[in-house]
Design a protein around this ligand. Structure first.
Ligand code: F7E
Length: 411
């Protein structure tokens, strides 16, 4: 545990637990001698208010002694729900903006991180057609800016960028492994594919420990409500409550329910990300001494690998729906076709799911199925949560939430 003294030593001034630091607060953290004596690794994580970033913070607080700086954009609305449970003196929020290269450079120069984990993104594929430029700047240009700042100010900082199975897009074969070509179908997929290239160029050109994996879909109770799994789990919880109150439920409106996705638990993946950032600890063919140096050698960097992370199973949205309703003992049947297809409650004959073409995408990725054998073998890893357990976990969480809110409303 850090003492208050240490916090002040590191940061150069007294701060409150709840304080969001401005970049200028991080003063003595730049003192390399002090850093060596303290033997704490310093990690910057972006996207900490989101699903993956907040799970990454939880994981590192539990399994390491790292001091973590969560990068947050200054907003006038409160969006820290996923961080509300954290009270650790090793976790700070720091204000910076990934679309401002000066702020990125300044944070890296001042904080001198040992690891920089980039989970910040415009991650909603459907919106990427409407905000193609913003998607590109956040998901790709910002990555270039981070790499450039690492090169200039902290060349031995290990950098991870969250890549995506959307880079595979219009897939050539299944399952998709690390050798699958990049064939994105959306501005989102294209931005992640371009980011991959620039990460590789900086890795090769400047011997940076900079990597990007291919993350297949990963979900959980902190998933944004616009993504299909959370939209369904929340909708199912609401409908179950409406039925129990004798109210005719409002159906959940969805788009392409025939798309197939490879879904995992976000909590499983953050562990893998940390492993990838510390490959020499797990891959016996690597020499750890080559990675404890101020400057990495070309040989050490050439040996790094980038990996697919996936469950190695694929399911349609329809399967997710059926399982989600079954978790709350609601059984249904499918009737109709195309835009008129509906999921009907066997018990009440109420419509539970209907199709709204507004949720169709200009170009769809119909099938994703990952092959994460390489990662599983190299790191001796298996996921903790199955597809069924993931659906159960999300529905139970949203159902409990729905019940809590109901009880509060009648108090
Ligand atoms: O869509 C279909 C939709 O928005 C899944 C992101 O984390 O994973 C995620 O991207 C599928 C698509 O996720 C609705 O057409 C049907 O086929 O939950 P999603 P995504 O687009 O797969 C990848 C790996 C990432 O990297 C991304 O950042 O579900 N679908 N009806 C729908 N999708 C939504 N959102 N809403 C619907 O009503």
């Amino acid at each position: 545990m850090l003492t208050q003294n240490l916090r002040e030593t590191l940061l150069g001034k007294k701060i409150d637990n709840a304080n969001i630091l401005s970049i200028s607060d991080a003063k003595l953290i730049r003192d390399e001698k002090l850093r060596q004596d303290l033997d704490y690794k310093i990690v910057i994580i972006t996207g900490v208010t989101g699903q993956d970033g907040s799970h990454m913070v939880d994981y590192l607080l539990k399994h390491t002694n790292a001091i973590i700086f969560g990068g947050v954009r200054r907003l006038s609305v409160y969006n820290h729900k996923n961080l509300a449970h954290i009270s650790s003196d090793r976790f700070f929020l720091v204000n910076f903006d990934l679309t401002d290269s000066h702020s990125i450079a300044s944070v890296i120069d001042k904080i001198r991180p040992d690891y920089f984990i980039n989970f910040a993104a415009q991650s909603f594929v459907a919106s990427s057609w409407d905000f193609a430029r913003q998607t590109w700047e956040t998901n790709c240009t910002a990555v270039l800016d981070i790499l450039e700042a690492i090169r200039l100010y902290r060349p031995n900082c290990r950098f991870y960028n969250a890549g995506s199975s959307e880079e595979f897009g219009n897939v050539s074969y299944s399952p998709q492994n690390e050798l699958h070509p990049l064939k994105p179908r959306s501005p989102y997929g294209a931005s992640k594919a371009a980011a991959r290239q620039i990460v590789k160029v900086y890795r090769d050109s400047y011997n940076l420990y900079a990597i990007q994996s291919w993350l297949f879909n990963h979900e959980g109770t902190r998933r944004g409500e616009e993504f299909v799994t959370r939209k369904i789990s929340k909708g199912v919880a609401r409908i179950s409550h409406e039925i129990s109150q004798g109210v005719v439920p409002t159906p959940i409106e969805l788009g392409n329910i025939y798309a197939k996705r490879d879904w995992s638990d976000s909590e499983d993946f953050v562990q893998c990300v940390w492993m990838m950032l510390n490959q020499e600890r797990y891959r016996s063919e690597l020499n750890p001494a080559q990675y404890c140096v101020p400057v990495y050698s070309p040989k050490a960097i050439e040996s790094l690998k980038e990996y697919v992370l996936s469950s190695n199973e694929t399911h349609t949205i329809k399967e997710f729906i059926e399982l989600a309703f079954a978790c709350l003992s609601i059984r249904g049947r499918w009737e109709g076709t195309d835009i008129n297809e509906k999921y009907i409650d066997n018990n009440t004959n109420h419509v539970l799911i209907s199709i709204n073409s507004n949720f169709y995408r200009p170009a769809e990725v119909e099938l994703l199925l990952g092959d994460s054998t390489e990662f599983r073998n190299d790191f001796n890893w298996t996921p903790q949560t199955s597809f069924k357990e993931l659906v159960q976990k999300m529905v139970s969480h949203d159902h409990a939430d729905q019940c809590r809110n109901f009880i509060r409303s009648i108090k």
